[in-house]
Ligand binder design. Structure first.
Ligand code: HEC
Length: 175
């Protein structure tokens, strides 16, 4: 394993640590050779397939260019949404309908060509499905080594439930 791969792995693990809302444990995470990401579940793979080509989708008015996100470990973020979300913006639809898909790129540096992580929200059977993946589709693990995918990813929900816009932070659908 090359040095750059080791430091990248440690960095990715630290993203997962810092993004989590649990502030009880302030110790540094132990270094480990274990992978920071695993193969995606069937459902996550389906969502990842739906997200292909997201770079040509619309962006939220509040995030038209890469912006520094304090909540996402000072990563530079850029967020795209599909047509179902675009229609909900026009029609002021809340809660968002099934099929709504939001893909947020998280870049380590503002000039990087590849995001370190994609954080994704997908509306399915009336609930958001949460996913934090690498650009190649592998799913990150949290500090308990549990994959960050599914409808009950506590780490994502703990912050996003503070939104009064069906868990979406970047847009007020009532405006
Ligand atoms: C510490 C709080 C926090 C945590 C934890 C968090 N988010 Fe967010 N998220 C935000 C904030 C604030 C924004 C809007 C500003 C920005 O993009 O940084 C946001 C924006 C987003 C967006 C763009 C749509 C929107 O809601 O505005 C997606 C998609 C997203 N987050 C996915 C996730 C996923 C998936 C997880 C879990 C792996 C997660 N987030 C964890 C705070 C958080």
């Amino acid at each position: 394993m090359s040095i750059s791969r080791i430091s990248k792995g440690a960095f990715l693990a630290s993203i997962v640590f810092f993004i989590s809302c649990s502030s009880d444990d302030e110790e540094t995470i132990p270094m480990s050779d274990a992978p920071a990401a695993v193969e995606a579940s069937v459902v996550s793979n389906e969502i990842f397939t739906k997200a292909q080509g997201y770079q040509s989708w619309s962006k939220f008015a509040a995030n038209q260019t890469r912006m520094k996100s304090v909540t996402h470990m000072n990563m530079y973020v850029l967020t795209y949404h599909n047509d179902i979300v675009a229609n909900a913006i026009v029609n002021k639809t809340l809660p968002l309908p099934d099929g709504a898909l939001i893909v947020k790129e998280n870049y380590a540096a503002v000039i990087d060509s590849m995001p370190m992580a994609l954080t994704i929200m997908y509306k399915q059977q009336g609930d958001w499905y949460w996913l934090q993946a690498m650009p190649d589709g592998k799913v990150f693990l949290d500090d308990q080594r549990k994959p960050l995918e599914g409808k009950d990813v506590a780490m994502c929900v703990s912050c996003h439930r503070k939104s009064s816009n069906d868990a979406v932070m970047l847009h007020d659908f009532t405006m």
